[in-house]
Design a protein. Structure first.
Length: 240
C-alpha cells in the first residue's frame, strides 16, 4: 500500500451471485488492506472465509454511515488502508459508499475504485433495448403516489430507463409503469449470474401478466424503453 502518511480508500465490487465473478485484483486488495468496511459483517465474513482472507471487518451501512465515515477517516489519516464492499455489487450503486467517498475527497485521501460486478450493465446489455443512452434511477419510491410522480418525471426521457426493484414490489412497479409510461417494451432481469437467472422480455403489460401468473423471486433489474423507442422502430427504413 502507500508509503506516505495516509492510507488509501478502495472501492471493491463483490459478486452479485457467482463467486467466480470476483476479480483477482479484488481478492488481492481485500487481503492487503488493513480493514474491510461492509454492510453486514456476517454476510461478508462468509465471503472472506470462502476466499481464505483474514482481514478484519467493520460494519458500514445506511444506518451508521455518517458516524462510521468519521471513524474510517481517522483510520485512513493514521495510515491504514480500507476497502469498502457491499453485500453484492459495486459500492455506491444503490448501496453505501457516497459519504465515505465524499469525506475522503474532502480530506485529500486517495480513492482507488476497482471495476467489477454490477447488475445494471448485464441487465441492460441483455435486454435488447438501446444501450447508447440510459438513465439509472435505482429504486423507485415505496409509496404509491411518490412512485407515480417519479415515473411522471421520467416519462419524456428518450433514454432507456433502468431500475432496481424488490420481488415484493415488482408487481406494483410494473402496474405503475404501465399506467404512466404506457405499454412500452421492457425487460425484467432477475437473479443475474445466479443459478436461476432469467430475462422476461416484451411489453410491460405482458411482463406484468407473466409475473401475476407466476410470481418471481430474487433481486430484480427492470429495463424499460425510452420515450421515443416505439416511434424510432416504426420509422426506421427497411433494409434493401
Amino acid at each position: 500500500m502507500r508509503s506516505d502518511s495516509s492510507g488509501q480508500l478502495f472501492l471493491v465490487p463483490t459478486p452479485i451471485g457467482n463467486l467466480q465473478d470476483l476479480t483477482e485484483r479484488a481478492v488481492k486488495t481485500l487481503k492487503e488492506v488493513d480493514l474491510v468496511a461492509c454492510e453486514d459483517t456476517r454476510h461478508s465474513g462468509r465471503l472472506l472465509k470462502a476466499l481464505e482472507i483474514k482481514t478484519a471487518l467493520i460494519s458500514y451501512h445506511d444506518f451508521n454511515e455518517s458516524r462510521r465515515s468519521e471513524q474510517l477517516l481517522s483510520q485512513l489519516k493514521s495510515g491504514k488502508s480500507i476497502a469498502v464492499i457491499t453485500d453484492a455489487g459495486s459500492p455506491g450503486i444503490s448501496d453505501p459508499a457516497y459519504r465515505i467517498v465524499r469525506t475522503a475527497i474532502d480530506n485529500d485521501i486517495e480513492i482507488v475504485p476497482l471495476p467489477g460486478p454490477c447488475a445494471i450493465i448485464p441487465a441492460l446489455t441483455a435486454s435488447g433495448l438501446p444501450t447508447d443512452r440510459f438513465f439509472f434511477e435505482g429504486f423507485l419510491p415505496v409509496k404509491s403516489g411518490a412512485r407515480l410522480r417519479k415515473l411522471g418525471q421520467l416519462k419524456d426521457l428518450a433514454h432507456t430507463l433502468v431500475f432496481y426493484e424488490s420481488p415484493f414490489r415488482i408487481e406494483k412497479t410494473l402496474s405503475a409503469a404501465l399506467e404512466v409510461l404506457g405499454d412500452r417494451e421492457a425487460c425484467l432481469a432477475r437473479e443475474i449470474s445466479k443459478l436461476y437467472e432469467q430475462f422476461i422480455r416484451g411489453p410491460l403489460g405482458d411482463i406484468l401478466a407473466t409475473i401475476q401468473a407466476k410470481p418471481v423471486k430474487g433481486e430484480i433489474v427492470l429495463v424499460i424503453a425510452g420515450a421515443d423507442y416505439t416511434s424510432k422502430k416504426k420509422t426506421e427504413p427497411a433494409d434493401e
